[in-house]
Ligand binder design. Structure first.
Ligand code: GAR
Length: 213
């Protein structure tokens, strides 16, 4: 399966996908990386891995529709079948999302549906929740919304800091994003309403909670 990765920054999740795709037998390859921000480190990571890159700068378009048309054209020209948002910080409109039905996935650094949006770790610490985590989900037009594919939880410790929690969650992000892409590329995910079921789960816990794979 050809995937396109959309980024806005440093691209550590992109790197996790690059590394996974380099392992023999991984069922997906990265056909294109697009950043909406010029000069970000994620683009360098892709170039180093020999992956085609594009910058589609939202600021150079007169509105969301032409920006998203440009994204769509780049993705379809590259033969992309699955779009992976990896720290892509633009909200995609219904118009774009409906052109890619259940073919866009996102990673978010919280246990959705809690803590959508920004500053998730600060807010989790403020709320005093005992677990943080991350979620890979199919994208719907609302922010950080859509059927959940994989989640991983981490404990929140007494006297935790934002930096420590961020790092703990990020390590899990790097583990579950490639896993979610693998499950989709293997054709093992099915969206029923707003829920995802995973077929032939030989992985521990059906790949749903802190999967080891
Ligand atoms: C990641 O923590 C990702 O989950 C988050 O941005 C970071 C990007 O880091 N995404 C969101 O908050 C989306 N709502 P990266 O560029 O190193 O992958």
């Amino acid at each position: 399966m050809k995937i396109g990765v959309l980024i806005s920054g440093r691209g550590s999740n992109l790197q996790a996908l690059i590394d996974a795709a380099q392992v023999r037998g991984f069922p997906a390859e990265i056909a294109l990386v697009i950043s909406n921000i010029p000069g970000v480190y994620g683009i360098e990571r892709a170039e180093r891995a020999g992956i085609p890159t594009r910058v589609v700068d939202h600021k150079s378009f007169a509105g969301k529709a032409p920006f998203e048309d440009a994204l769509h054209d780049e993705l379809t020209t590259a033969g992309v079948e699955l779009v992976c948002l990896a720290g892509f910080m633009r909200l995609l409109t219904e118009g774009f999302v409906s052109r890619w039905p259940d073919k866009i996935v996102n990673i978010h650094p919280s246990l959705l549906p809690s803590f959508k949006g920004l500053h998730t770790h600060e807010r989790a610490l403020e709320a005093g929740v005992r677990f943080g985590g991350c979620t890979v989900h199919f994208v719907r037009p609302a922010m950080d919304d859509g059927p959940i594919i994989v989640q991983a939880a981490v404990p929140i410790l007494t006297n935790d800091t934002v930096d420590a929690l961020t790092a703990r969650v990020l390590a899990e992000e790097h583990r579950i994003y490639p896993l979610a892409v693998k499950l989709i590329a293997q054709g093992r995910t099915r969206v029923d309403g707003e829920r995802v079921t995973i077929a032939d789960a030989e992985a521990p816990a059906a790949a749903l909670v802190n999967p080891q794979g």
